[in-house]
Design a protein around this ligand. Structure first.
Ligand code: SF4
Length: 246
């Protein structure tokens, strides 16, 4: 009788001292970009999803003491681990004001009037309506009154991000938008995290390399695409929540 091989979940990449040394030019470039943007824009903010990419940026902002705000969208559906981690990083960076934005009661009521929550697994329209109420509308409030925002998106994360530019204009929000880690690899991100010994979201230790809402995120195998655990029941092409749709 044949036995099934155990599933090998994705694991956190480890970096050598040499790899950590090799990212120093990237860190220098990141610092130069952040300093320049903080200098050019009086009102600039960073979206932090509590993923490692965003922590690299928040850490650099704190390290440089830049006048760049940071916000988190608390969708009401985040994992308990992510919420605990948010408290951890708030304590780690007392010089960074991390603002939280929540869905509006009226938006949630509007969604509930039209859908059961479980509809998100059957209907793309329902899933996008949930993302609108819990992410996109709060994002609009988070970005109001700013001139520019910074994200941790990377080109290799998804088929939808292969053309990502470091600097772009966000037509949807009429803001400058910066993606300073666009060209960074997953290995380089983890080299930064390990070089500075940053705390990480505990979900990474559970085989989840892409952080999202609890009902829409699951662990992946080692051989899967990094975002395969996000909205895993949908086609690759539709797997964005709309936060970064220009
Ligand atoms: S990711 Fe899932 S739970 Fe979160 S807002 Fe979108 S549909 Fe809703």
């Amino acid at each position: 009788m044949s036995t099934l091989a155990p599933i090998q979940l994705w694991q956190i990449p480890t970096s050598s001292a040499a790899e950590q040394a090799q990212i120093q030019p990237l860190i220098q470039a990141l610092h130069e970009d952040l300093r320049a943007w903080a200098n050019d824009f009086e009102r600039i903010t960073q979206a932090n999803s509590l993923a490692v990419e965003d922590m690299v940026i928040t850490d650099a902002i704190a390290r440089l003491g830049l006048n760049i705000d940071v916000f988190v969208l608390d969708t009401g559906k985040l994992h308990s681990e992510t919420l605990a981690y948010l408290d951890t990083i708030s304590q780690r960076y007392p010089n960074v004001a991390i603002r939280r934005f929540y869905p509006q009661d009226s938006s949630l009521a509007h969604f509930a009037a039209q859908h059961d929550f479980s509809d998100i697994y059957q209907s793309l329209e329902a899933r996008k309506a949930c993302c609108y109420a819990r992410k996109i509308e709060p994002l609009q409030r988070a970005l109001a009154h700013y001139e520019a925002w910074i994200t941790g998106q990377r080109r290799e994360q998804a088929a939808t991000r292969t053309q990502l530019a470091v600097e772009e204009f966000d037509e949807a929000h009429q803001l400058h938008k910066f993606n300073p880690l666009a060209a960074w690899t997953q290995q380089q991100i983890w080299a930064y995290i390990q070089h500075y010994d940053l705390p990480i979201n505990p979900l990474y230790q559970q085989g989840i390399p892409s952080i999202g809402c609890d009902p829409c995120t699951k662990a992946i195998r080692r051989d899967e695409d990094l975002r395969a655990g996000r909205w895993w029941w949908e086609n690759q092409d539709s797997k964005e929540c709309g936060l970064h749709a220009n």
